[in-house]
Each structure stands twice: as C-alpha cells, then as structure tokens.
Write a protein that binds this ligand. Structure first.
Ligand code: SF4
Length: 442
C-alpha cells in the first residue's frame, strides 16, 4: 500500500466528512475582510467585533469553527457540497478534494492533534493564500469587478452585459474597503505569529505586484526566514521591467539567505498573440515577453506555472501557445503548463465550440501527446479538458449560451473598441452560429 492510500484510509477512518483543509488552508480577501477554508465554499466575512478580539479571527471565525465542530461530530457541512457531490458519485469516493488536501504534506501530519483539539480552538494555517487588494491593470474577458479594478471601472461606466444567463457575473458583489482597512492592519499583526508554521504562501490579486504589501511580505521574509516555505505569486507580467526587476532583486536576497524553500510564478495566459491580449484585455505582449526573459536569466531556479483558463477563445491559437511553451522549455525556462477549463461565465465556455473548432482541439491534443517536452501531468490536464468539451456537446443550454456569447462579444467590442472577427478570423462560422442562436432566442 503506498503512502497516499494509507493516508486516505486514515482520513476515511476519522469522523465522517472530516477535512483538515477546514483548519489549515485559508484564502483571505483582505480588501473585503472575507475568507474561506478551503477555496470551494462561499467566502464569508470576518465580523469586525471578532477581529477586535484577535487578529486570528481573519482565519478562525466563529462561523468556521461551527463548521469544524460539525466535522468533528461526523456531520458534513453544507458549504462543502463540492466534495460531497464527488464523494456521492459511485466509484469516486477516494477522489474528492477533501481526501486530496487532507493527505497533502501541509495537512496530514496535523491529523492526530486536530482530532483531539476542542472545536473552538484557534489554529494557525499551513497553507495561506492572500489577496491584499484588487488593483489590476488588466480587464480579462472572464474576470469580475471584485477581483480587478479595471473590470470594476468598466462595469461602473457601462453596467451589466445584455445576456440572459450570468448577467451578474462581471458585476461587483461587495465593494472593497478603500481606506483604513482594519483587515490589512490585522494581517500585519497576525502574519508574524503564523509565518514560521506556513508551508505554502501564495499572494494573489488583482495584480499583486502593484500592491506595496506584496513587497512588504518579501522584506519580512528576508529578515525572518522560513526554509520550509514554498512562496508563490500570481502575476500577469504585463508591466514594465522596473517592477519585475524589483521582484527579482528580492528573490535574489531570499535565495542567497536561504530564507524560503522555493519560489514559483503563477502566470496566466489562455491563448497566444493578439488573441491572448483580446482575452486578457490590456495585456502588453512585449512586456510579457521581456519579463519572461528577465526571469529566465535572473531567477533560473524559480518555476513558472503557466495557468491557462481554457475558454472558447483559447482554441484557435492554442497550437501557437503549445509551440511557444515547447521552445521556452527547450531554451531552459523552468515552465509548466497547467490547464483548467473555464466554468463561468457560461457564455465563454469552450464546449460551445462548433465542429470546425473541435477539429483544431483534437489536433492540439494529438500534438501535445507526441511532444517529449510535455509531462504526463501537463498532457493529462489538457486531456481532461478536451474530454469534458466533447462529453458536454449535448448540453441542452448550449443554444442559449451561444446566443449570450453573440450578445456579449458585440458589447465587449463596443466597450473596448475592438473587432472580434478581425482578431479571430477562424471563428467566422462559430460567430454566425451564435448569431442565429441569438436571433432565435432574443
Ligand atoms: S471538504 Fe472539500 S470543500 Fe470542504 S474544506 Fe475540505 S476540500 Fe474544501
């Protein structure tokens, strides 16, 4: 029996529905004072009254403690339905994120102690993800106002898109605290008390390199080493070289002082060339390419995880993206392709593809499978996405979603003064099919 299976059995022998991520993994949105453990349940707000008692309430809210209590009593919390849906599917019991996360190195060695803790005990997370603010220079086509200030400005100016489904997707749900943010203040009291126990720390945004707090973290770690820490930053690399150089000079210090175990850049790119900067509106491809070179020469030990959120507009230039990644790998860049499929908004999902686009997709998969530069992990993630696209072709909502795509893309073009078919000539048939759906549906 391998170690992972042994660990899964140990978790299965714990109370029904018990999950260590509820104690040790947290995502903090400090701009709104919200958090969740793990990232699947809805975010909830830390009440200011709890925060005044202790900055640890950023993670250990009364609400979360009640979810932990349920888990210790063998009751599955409703907010974790993402996992219960998978575990209740026959044959899938050992594949849920509950089992995957709880058996990870940042969680599993806490099993015994956690089972004997009182339910209302505060704990320090070992896997922390933080968003200091949502300031962002890009306005990606699938992004939301609460994550990007550029999208927020667009939505304030133009309002919701004229679509039937997911019309609220890009709209702000809860406004950010602009000044005198007590959650940021609490974070800087809390972080020094927990950083030595952290195994993973990821800074996200917005664009985190536009936040002074990101650099404050780096300075803190330079003088307060944690050699077990894997640090990562989500970044779009679409900024001038001075910002990238500033980050790289901090990484050099961290490396020289052996202050952390590993550093990774998590970089988003969903397709290639002009089509990529249409999807990631505002993406400066020159700056992107220059910053990749800077990383390659100044921080060769850092890993770049290229996150591709595969959507309907990723398909046509995906062959070019594969070639670019292959060339970068052959030129010594430590880069990994990590693909997931876009779920929301529905009108940008890749399973809306027409047969001509599906042919490109199949060719890409065959190509990726034959390229020695790509690992099994990289191929299998794309394979999963392609399988999902083909399996969900019969989705009854596709007609409506295509109609919404037509409405959305025309409005998007107006807002950003673009011409979809000039940038995506391969989508002519697809666009016509969507137009017909719109005439029929609207
Ligand atoms: S049970 Fe699932 S959804 Fe709930 S915290 Fe664990 S991994 Fe996340």
């Amino acid at each position: 029996m391998n170690d992972k299976i042994f660990r899964k059995i140990q978790i299965e022998n714990s109370p029904h529905g018990f999950c260590l991520a509820k104690w040790y993994q947290v995502t903090l949105d400090l701009s709104r004072g919200q958090n969740h453990s793990c990232h699947h349940p809805e975010r909830h707000t830390t009440p200011l009254v709890e925060l005044q008692n202790s900055p640890s309430a950023l993670h250990n809210t009364e609400f979360k403690k009640l979810q932990r209590k349920k888990m210790l009593e063998g009751i599955r919390p409703e907010e974790c339905s993402y996992c219960w849906n998978i575990e209740d599917t026959p044959g899938n019991q050992l594949n849920s994120d509950r089992l995957i996360k709880s058996t990870d190195d940042w969680a599993f060695d806490k099993l015994e102690v956690t089972l004997s803790l009182p339910w209302n005990e505060d704990v320090a997370p070992t896997y922390l993800e933080v968003m200091f603010n949502s300031e962002c220079n890009l306005s990606c086509i699938y992004c939301m106002a609460d994550i990007s200030t550029s999208v927020e400005k667009e939505m304030e100016k133009f309002g919701p898109y004229p679509v039937k489904n997911s019309s609220e997707h890009r709209v702000s749900k809860s406004p950010a605290l602009k000044k005198d943010n007590p959650y940021i203040e609490a974070f800087w009291k809390y972080f020094p008390t927990i950083y030595s126990q952290l195994k993973h720390f990821r800074i996200t945004g917005g664009e985190p390199l536009l936040s002074k707090d990101t650099f404050k973290v780096l300075e803190f770690l330079e003088t307060n080493p944690n050699p077990n820490l894997e640090l990562s930053i989500n970044t779009n690399l679409s900024y001038g070289k001075n910002i990238c150089e500033k980050l790289l000079s901090h990484l050099k210090v961290l490396e020289a002082k052996k202050s952390i175990k590993k550093f990774s850049f998590y970089v988003s790119l969903d397709s290639f060339g002009e089509q990529a900067s249409y999807i990631r509106q505002g993406l400066n491809l020159d700056n992107f390419a220059k910053n990749i070179e800077l990383i390659k020469y100044n921080s060769p030990n850092s890993q770049i995880v290229l996150m591709c959120t595969f959507n309907i507009l990723s398909i046509a230039s995906f062959p070019l993206l594969i070639h670019w990644i292959k060339d970068q790998k052959n030129n010594g860049l430590n880069i990994v392709l990590d693909i997931s499929y876009l779920k929301d908004p529905e009108y940008l999902r890749a399973n809306l593809a027409t047969p001509d686009l599906l042919i490109i997709l199949s060719t890409c998969l065959s190509e990726l499978k034959t390229r020695k530069e790509f690992s099994n992990y990289e191929v299998s993630k794309f394979n999963r996405v392609v399988d999902w696209i083909f399996d969900s072709q019969a989705d009854v909502k596709i007609l409506e979603q295509r109609a919404d795509f037509y409405q959305f893309i025309n409005e998007f073009d107006k807002r950003y003064n673009k011409n979809f078919l000039e940038i995506f000539p391969e989508y002519k048939t697809f666009y016509q099919v969507c137009k017909k759906s719109a005439l029929w549906k609207f």
